[in-house]
Ligand binder design. Structure first.
Ligand code: C2O
Ligand code: CU
Ligand code: CU
Length: 468
């Protein structure tokens, strides 16, 4: 068994209502992501600023020079409400270009523009409305083609949590926690540079950080926990299991499931989110484990970053102390729209492939990304079926901006749940069919593999949606 990391870290955040623990003391509590300070100049309007800049951050037992939003790892939590009007300023204090992507939020591509580039020293205002029905966990990160992998690995990513308009916010409620999973590798106090092979397999690090902490503990104050997981890693997959407990999956990629799924494991590819309820039936300490998962990058493993070993890793510990209150399982959400029976307005095939050579390009339909080329043109208001085929040897998590999709089938086997997502993992040899609802906004945006090295090396295409 891995033991909990010893030694108190300065600056760690303590759970504010942590109940006394009967057994061993807890070394390090699961930090809350720092909250982004919001100004509310008038009713329904939210203003905030993100500054992308190098900063020295305590990572476990040492100081590291990272690239951060507002000096924190992960970036500060942007907590919004459906219907709010947001003015979010991004200031670039890096020495290279960056921009901001609001991953999972349905925002016009004219605002959430992956083609925008912000020079060092510049600021850009992102102004948008938080759409109805966007309650759930999303995130933000940079999206300048060719620079995403290094910027994300160095620390630039943060969570966005949207509350429903009719939901009372429960800030700092230990029963409802955002859990950001991000791996890191440090060399001489800085993020390890990409090695040649990292550009092929996707870069992983050996520090498996949970809200920026190593192997923290979450001391429950209720018997029912809601854990909102975000995989903000470049390339690492997390196959999550909680000792002696099942997960009740209530939302995926910020989309509520009408019918929760009870599962023993949750596989989270880069970019994916999963909201799970955990009912702690007994007192005790339970490890949240990352189980081994073969994503096909094994032939590339070895050396720094090749930490995906055969042993489960303890990501954190959940402690249920004696004598805490029971909490009723909340009723399921309203059933989501089901597009399974809807005829498709168009059917497309997208073939993901890996170049033969080391360092060779990653392609979609035989081509690497070209910002000047529209790969797919579609009409606003239609529903298309996309067949995503992986002809490579590695898993590729396929992601589409702006337009959510419903998973229909894998290799012909129908998906039994009504499952809406914005990232879907596609295994080698698999064909995943999804129904894409091209609604709300016209414009140009992108789809890509969310192993960001693959994205930077070409596995991305442009979708242009034109008004009907
Ligand atoms: Cu998080 Cu283009 O993606
Ligand atoms: Cu995205
Ligand atoms: Cu990929």
């Amino acid at each position: 068994m891995l033991r909990l990391a010893g030694g108190a870290a300065a600056g760690m955040l303590l759970a504010p209502r942590a109940a006394p623990v009967s057994a061993r003391p807890v070394d390090r509590h699961l930090p809350f992501p720092r909250r982004l300070r919001l100004a509310r100049p008038q009713r329904g309007v939210v203003e905030a600023t993100l500054v992308a800049a190098p900063a020295t951050v305590r990572v476990h037992d040492r100081l590291a020079r990272l690239w951060t939003y507002n000096g924190s790892l992960p970036g500060p939590l942007l907590r919004l409400r459906e219907g709010e009007h947001v003015r979010l300023r991004l200031t670039n204090r890096l020495h290279e270009e960056t921009n901001l992507h609001l991953h999972g939020l349905r925002v016009s591509p004219a605002v959430d523009d992956p083609f925008l580039s912000i020079s060092p020293g510049e600021s850009v205002l992102y102004e948008f409305d938080v759409p109805q029905g966007s309650r759930g966990l999303h995130w933000y990160h940079p999206h300048v083609h060719g620079r995403v992998a290094q910027q994300l690995f160095a620390g630039l990513a943060g969570p966005i949590l949207v509350d429903a308009a009719d939901e009372p916010p429960r800030p700092r409620d230990v029963a409802d926690r955002v859990v950001v999973l991000k791996d890191l590798e440090l060399v001489d106090g800085a993020p390890a540079p990409h090695a040649f092979a990292d550009w092929r397999r996707g870069k992983e690090g050996r520090l498996l950080l949970v809200n920026g902490a190593l192997a923290p503990a979450l001391v429950a104050t209720d018997r029912l926990l809601r854990l909102r997981f975000l995989n903000a890693s470049n390339a690492r997959y997390y196959r999550l299991a909680l000792e002696e407990h099942a997960f009740r999956l209530v939302a995926s990629d910020g989309h509520a499931l009408g019918q929760p799924l009870v599962v023993d494991e949750l596989l989270l590819a880069p970019g994916e989110r999963a909201d799970a309820l955990v009912a702690l039936e007994r007192e005790g300490r339970f490890a949240l484990l990352d189980l081994p998962y073969d994503r096909g990058a094994g032939m590339m493993m070895g050396g720094p970053g090749g930490a995906a070993g055969p042993e489960p890793v303890r990501l954190m510990t959940i402690v249920r102390p004696p004598g805490i209150a029971a909490r009723a399982v909340p009723p399921p959400y309203a059933a989501a729209e089901d597009l399974r029976q809807r005829p498709a307005d168009a059917v497309r095939r997208l073939v993901l492939a890996e170049g033969m050579m080391m360092g060779g390009g990653f392609t979609i339909n035989g081509r690497t990304f070209d910002p000047g080329r529209v790969e797919l043109g579609a009409r606003l208001g239609t529903v298309e079926v996309w067949e995503i085929e992986n002809r490579g040897r590695m898993d590729h998590p396929f992601h589409l901006h702006t337009y959510p999709f419903q998973v229909l089938s894998r290799n012909g086997a129908p998906e039994s749940a009504v499952l809406w997502k914005d990232v879907v993992n596609v295994r080698p040899g698999e064909v995943v069919r999804v129904a894409v609802a091209l609604r709300d906004f016209a414009g140009r945006t992108v789809f890509h593999c969310h192993i960001v090295e693959h994205e930077d090396r070409g596995m991305m295409g442009t979708l242009e949606v034109t008004p009907a």
